[in-house]
Design a binder for this molecule. Structure first.
Ligand code: UD1
Length: 429
């Protein structure tokens, strides 16, 4: 069993370089299926969700090669229209992007219902609504989404009832090939939506307005290849801000777009953390006690739900009581039980968590139940007194590139061990 062992209590110092954005690359890789030509994609994070996507594309007949560790070429010219492997698809939430990509490329798709982090109910009704406007018939049978276009792809006007990152990207993927003008209203505005749109445009699509809540797409008959570089990961950057806020210290976060981080940095500034903007880097200094605050997660540019567990770990060590309201997912406080093992005092009532700060956390054996929960437990372990053993780390490796190595470069005492299940520093007798 792979575990992270963390000996906490060490402040972080030094520089860390942020990798390409997970949620952008997970939309861009399937978008390459729409392109009949070579897509060169730079700044690709080496995370397990990317490997899974590449396995799926390979299975579909795309040619894939890495030019260097972070530059990838995908050539989907001779793609076969086959049903993607069910087991591969079930492992990843973003696998639903194959519906939009395959509808756009071939006019039909059969895709397993997505897997990924268990954050509560994860419907795809807004994706379906958008595809129907574009002329699709959608049917879910035996865990498979069957999508077809009996009269071909057409443009249309989609008004999303709910702001959804996935539905915005997915419908955009199909619409880039729909003749005429498609308008997506009440679209999500996250930086990775803009990144997927920019990728599509650099391959020959015509998408305007991404980053606002109205996206206009003029369909094109064909997309050629091109070169594109993925934006830095705002959530990875935010996770390092949370880590140094919990441990104290002074770090510089390189290769970021500060504008994308404003929804996160504003909160940490309010909490007494000093943040200095250095163009494509931020210096983060935590030399004073953390000030309590309240946090409500919202679609971009609100505070991201994907930073909620990490900021909760920091607020466990603030100077008073903080309230966190989760407004995106139904089930995003499952990590709280694990933080309690470390001495945190948190009460959860539905979508609200009340955190009564404690003077310190103590290391404990804990388990990551999902990706960002895992990041929160790493942060708690880095700040805690004594050793923490973290299992369930495969969740973390889905979305963070070299997290352990990056933290070690900042002076953290964290290592990866592969031991039998029964071996633990916490084992009595
Ligand atoms: C994406 C991110 C995920 C992040 C989330 C919210 C990727 C691969 N994942 O997930 O890390 O936590 O955005 O920022 O980019 N909803 C519906 N009907 C739908 C679709 C969504 O009701 O058809 C609801 C969901 O249940 C949820 C909310 O809308 O309550 C937001 O979901 P959405 O933005 O679609 O999240 P994902 O794209 O799955």
């Amino acid at each position: 069993m792979i575990k992270y062992v963390i000996n906490g209590g060490k402040p972080l110092y030094g520089s860390v370089t942020i990798s390409g954005a997970k949620n952008a690359v997970l939309g861009i890789i399937p978008a390459a299926l729409l392109v009949e030509g070579v897509c060169r994609i730079e700044n690709v994070p080496r995370i397990s969700d990317v490997s899974l996507w590449l396995d799926i594309l390979n299975f579909l007949g795309a040619k894939i090669r890495f030019i260097n560790p972070t530059t990838l070429e995908i050539d989907s010219t001779s793609l076969r229209q086959v049903e993607p492997n069910y087991d591969m698809m079930r492992k990843m939430r973003a696998s639903y992007y194959l519906i939009g990509a395959l509808l756009g490329r071939f006019g039909s798709a059969r895709v397993a219902m997505p897997g990924g982090c268990d954050l509560g109910d994860r419907p795809i009704d807004q994706h379906v609504k958008g595809f129907q406007v574009l002329g699709a018939e959608i049917d879910v049978r035996s865990g498979i989404v069957h999508a077809s276009l009996p009269s071909g792809l057409r443009s249309g006007h989609v008004y999303f009832d709910k702001v959804s990152v996935g539905a915005t990207i997915n419908v955009m993927l199909a619409a880039v090939r729909a003749p005429g003008l498609t308008v997506l209203e009440n679209a999500a505005k996250e930086p990775h939506i803009v990144d997927v749109a920019n990728f599509l445009n650099s391959m020959g699509a015509d998408v305007r307005g991404a980053g606002t809540d109205v996206i206009k797409i003029r369909g094109v008959p064909k997309m050629r290849g091109g070169i594109y570089s993925i934006i830095p990961d705002q959530i990875e950057a935010g996770t390092f801000i949370a880590a140094v806020s919990a441990t104290g210290g002074d770090i510089t976060i390189d290769n970021i777009i500060p504008k994308h981080l404003e929804c996160i940095t504003a909160k940490f500034t309010e909490m007494g953390v000093t943040i200095i903007d250095k163009d494509d880097a931020l210096q983060i200094i935590r030399d004073k006690p953390i000030i309590r605050t309240n946090v409500k997660t919202l679609p971009y540019p609100g505070f991201p739900t994907d930073m909620q567990p990490q900021i909760a770990a920091v607020l466990c060590l603030a100077n008073g009581t903080s309230v966190i309201t989760e407004s995106i997912w139904d089930n995003r406080f499952r990590y709280v039980d694990e933080l309690r093992r470390m001495g945190a005092q948190i009460q959860v009532d539905g979508k609200t968590a009340v955190i009564d700060a404690v003077p310190s956390l103590t290391g404990a054996p804990v388990c990551a139940c999902d990706l960002r929960a895992g990041a929160a437990l790493v942060i708690a372990g880095l700040a805690a007194k004594g050793p923490t053993e973290l299992t369930g780390v495969h969740h973390i490796e889905r979305g963070y590139e070299n997290l352990v190595e990056k933290l070690r470069m900042l002076g953290a005492d964290i290592s990866v061990i592969d031991t039998p299940d029964t071996e633990s520093v916490f084992r009595v007798g």
